[in-house]
Design a binder for this molecule. Structure first.
Ligand code: MCN
Ligand code: MOS
Length: 794
């Protein structure tokens, strides 16, 4: 291609693409998070919520005082070790347990032969809280290599591990379907999930210019630092489970179903989670084994999956294949998008990777069609990994848009702006907010986009080819009404209580900020308790919704607390302000005072002491008035009350634009990411330090997906070959470049109670295509399968 000048021209056309684009192109946007808060309509002060505070629980973690699930010290604890199948399909004929049982310390060995009963739990798609239906050791069927086929319980972990190695398993081999590329694999169309408008097939056939491409992504794993492990303790008909969980309410309902006991008799505790990235939304089958064994032996049991076992004890992101066709006129107007996707799923369960989620909303197109398929194979049921659906969707779409930009000789940002969707094209609803043009402008400015020579393979430094690439993405604003409680103590301490979890995201910190802000007290006086089903019910920390769900509920509780304090001050005879009417009192800066006497206030603590109360407990929730008890418990243990992006007549999403610079060593084919700059619209930001950390974390995960992460399946026996951190490579510090993140969001009061949008997942969406596009720019080679390894570039 020989078209440096066209790109220069295109750069100028960006300025002409309508008022919004022009404003962006000249604004040199560098909105910091702080500036966005200053204009927040909900805040009188806004100094606490929105502040750049460090994580409240950070010191506990770095000094080892924070106790994670399996660090609980329980008396009489026994250890369970699972044994996993070494064949991919077929039947277990016999498991010889004699040698294992004879070892000292072994308490029992459980297999399908002597069955530890577990009922099938209800999966979320059928109204329950489970992410998989599979219950281990209930039958002799081998579904995949790495499936739990036995649990050995002993006095010590070492005894259980040794005994586990002594089981002799006799298999009758079946005929496995190993992976998505297996010729025996049969796709199943998931019909109702498709979208269509216009006549995409005809538009495609008549296209002036089109791209018609196939993209694939590999199996990926969530690999949080804390492996999946739990302690279950059965006592007098009740069970307590310490389980690292993104959703204690869901885990609780699943445990009650597994054991067939009343949900009231189940408590799940999860104050700290060492990362989950989607893999700890559901309690996985090993938790069921721990619970059932604890009931059987009447002892607390710890079951920790080893790192290798986490690769098959639960599933990560499935491998995907996507075909994408985009047609456009020569001047760059998209006329049709046709998208079809296939993802692996378990042989007898359905996991859908919703690969059209970004495709169907990103660009204005008169004709569209998308279809989703699953491909059952002998694998553990795949699961959610950060940005499920949106992540592979953006990979295909944003790579194809780059290909179209080159086919048309139009700059990729120009092309995106030329096809700007004024409304959500999938339903014609207005966006709640969409600061995506601002994101393009800010990111392009920060990386020096317009200084690149757009010609592929045109930029180099010594042996290194230099490439610049960009891509955009979206993540829906999912919402579920939630509850919270605030306890005001006469000591001056304030507690915020919620069953929600903090897996490193910052929930502890932002809820303290929310309460402190609404009550006008120093944030240090607020303590937050999380992650326990005895606390006020919360929907999952998944789908990037928890921050907004819970800040909304805590803010409501704080406002209720203010009203309650005003009422007490005016009505309790022992209150020093009892002579006043509640309407003549004001709550400000943590005190109640007569509205006309700025200095005559009494603090919350002094008021409680004066009226003889030790503490005052106040609840708040974001349910619509009249919500039934059933709705509230549905919200906490199922997806029954979960609302997606479309709500209240608007379509609400977070948006991002990523810009990367890569260096490709021409001799070795190695790709290094040199710089990443991303601009995000996540609405109002509750804590910029934490949100930035979330975005950066997502970007690093995207880098891993683009260049490193790939689960290998042994074609002889379906084994996950690289089920460890040595062979399943994730980015280490040396891989991680200079990263800059920019917030371009504005408070979105149509999206959520306090104007925020999701932060946790948007960081990863669109990173891989930005890197792939940069690799193309550097080398002129379009690699359409992830990860982009040197063999593919060679
Ligand atoms: N935040 C903010 N302003 C907003 C929204 C969020 O400042 N408007 C910040 C807060 O610090 C908040 C955090 O971002 O705690 C994440 O908020 P949110 O986007 O609501 O996400 P959730 O609380 O629901 O957390 C789940 C989300 C998901 S779905 C995955 S996957 C993911 C992620 O969070 N997994 C993570 N980030 C993770 N971060 C860590 N350290 N570990 C994981 O496993
Ligand atoms: Mo996130 S994958 O929704 O836990």
């Amino acid at each position: 291609m020989t078209h440096g000048n066209e790109f220069e021209l295109n750069r100028r056309t960006v300025m002409k693409l309508g008022a919004g684009a022009a404003a962006v192109a000249t604004a040199g946007v560098s909105l910091s998070g702080e500036k966005a808060f200053a204009s927040d309509p909900t805040k009188s002060k806004g100094s606490v919520l929105g502040a750049r505070l460090s994580r409240a629980e950070g010191p506990l973690k770095v000094t080892g005082q924070a106790r994670f699930a399996i660090e609980q010290k329980l008396e009489n604890l026994a250890y369970g070790v699972t044994v996993q199948s070494t064949r991919p399909a077929g039947r277990i004929v016999n498991i010889d347990m004699a040698a294992a049982k004879a070892l000292p310390g072994v308490l029992d060995v459980y297999t399908a032969q002597n069955s530890l009963k577990l009922n099938k739990p209800t999966v979320y798609s059928k109204g329950g809280g489970a992410t998989e239906e599979f219950t281990p050791i209930q039958d002799d069927v081998v579904r995949f290599n790495g499936m739990h086929i036995a649990l050995v319980v002993a006095e010590t972990f070492e005894q259980a591990t040794e005994a586990a190695g002594l089981l002799k398993v006799e298999y009758e081999d079946g005929d496995p379907i190993l992976d998505i590329n297996d010729p025996k694999a049969k796709a199943q169309l998931i019909d109702p999930m498709g979208a269509a408008w216009g006549d995409a097939a005809t538009a495609l056939a008549n296209a002036e210019v089109k791209v018609d491409v196939i993209y694939t992504t590999s199996r990926e794993y969530n690999v949080p630092m804390e492996p999946h492990a739990c302690i279950a303790s059965w006592e007098n008909g009740k069970i307590t489970v310490w389980e690292p969980s993104q959703w204690v309410g869901g885990a609780r309902s699943v445990v009650s179903e597994w054991l067939g006991i009343d949900i009231e008799n189940v408590r799940v505790i999860s104050p700290y989670v060492g990362g989950g990235f989607g893999s700890k939304i559901g309690a996985h089958p090993h938790v069921g084994l721990a619970c059932a064994a604890s009931r059987k032996l009447a002892r607390p049991i710890k079951v920790s999956l080893t790192r290798p076992q986490t690769f098959t004890g639960l599933g990560g992101r499935p491998a995907t294949r996507q075909t994408l066709s985009i047609s456009a006129s020569k001047d760059g107007k998209i006329s049709s998008i046709v998208h079809e996707s296939w993802n692996e799923t378990a042989i007898d369960e359905v996991h859908i990777e919703a690969c059209s989620n970004v495709t169907k909303i990103m660009y204005a197109t008169p004709n569209f069609s998308s279809r989703l398929n699953v491909v059952p194979v002998n694998t553990v049921q795949p699961g959610w990994k950060r940005g499920p659906g949106e992540n592979p969707s953006a990979y295909a779409l944003e790579s194809a848009i780059d290909e179209l930009a080159y086919a048309l000789n139009i700059d990729p940002i120009t092309l995106r702006l030329a096809n700007w969707a004024e409304v959500d094209p999938s339903n014609n609803l207005p966006w709640s907010t969409r600061q995506l043009r601002e994101a393009y402008a800010a990111g392009a400015d920060a990386i020096g986009w317009w200084n690149r020579n757009p010609v592929p393979r045109s930029m180099r430094e010594g042996r290194e080819l230099i490439g610049y690439g960009m891509a955009a993405g979206s993540y829906p604003m999912i919402r579920t009404a939630s509850e919270a409680k605030i306890v005001l103590h006469a000591s001056g301490q304030i507690e915020v209580l919620s069953a929600g979890t903090d897996m490193g995201t910052g929930t502890y910190t932002i809820l303290a900020q929310t309460a402190a802000d609404a009550l006008g007290v120093p944030v240090e006086t607020v303590a937050v308790r999380l992650g326990d089903t005895i606390l006020p019910r919360s929907a999952l920390a998944g789908g990037s919704q928890q921050a907004n769900n819970l800040t909304g509920a805590v803010d409501k509780a704080a406002k209720n607390a203010r009203d309650a304090l005003l009422a007490i001050a005016a009505s309790d005879p022992k209150s020093p302000l009892a002579t006043a009417k509640a309407t003549d009192l004001t709550f400000e800066n943590g005190s109640v005072r007569p509205t006309r006497r700025p200095n005559g206030g009494i603090s919350i603590a002094d008021l409680l002491k004066a009226v003889g109360k030790n503490k005052l407990e106040i609840e708040g929730n974001t349910f619509a008035p009249g919500a039934t008890e059933e709705m509230k418990s549905g919200a906490d243990r199922s997806f029954a009350q979960l609302k997606g992006a479309v709500e209240g007549g608007v379509s609400a999403h977070s948006w991002c634009a990523h810009f990367v610079e890569v260096r490709v060593d021409e001799d070795f084919g190695t790709v290094r990411v040199k710089r990443m700059v991303s601009a995000f619209d996540s609405g109002r930001i509750f804590n910029p330090k934490l949100a930035e950390s979330q975005w950066i974390g997502g970007m690093v995960m995207g880098l891993g997906q683009a260049l490193l992460e790939e689960g290998y399946v042994d074609q002889r026996d379906g084994r996950t070959v690289n089920a460890n951190f040595a062979d399943y490579a994730v980015p280490v510090n040396a891989d991680v470049p200079d990263i800059q993140v920019i917030s371009v969001g504005v408070p979105d009061m149509q999206a959520t109670a306090l104007g925020g949008k999701g932060v946790g997942e948007i960081g990863v969406v669109g990173v891989a295509p930005a890197i792939g596009n940069a690799v193309f720019h550097a080398t002129g080679k379009r690699i359409r399968s992830l990860p982009i390894t040197l063999e593919k570039l060679a």
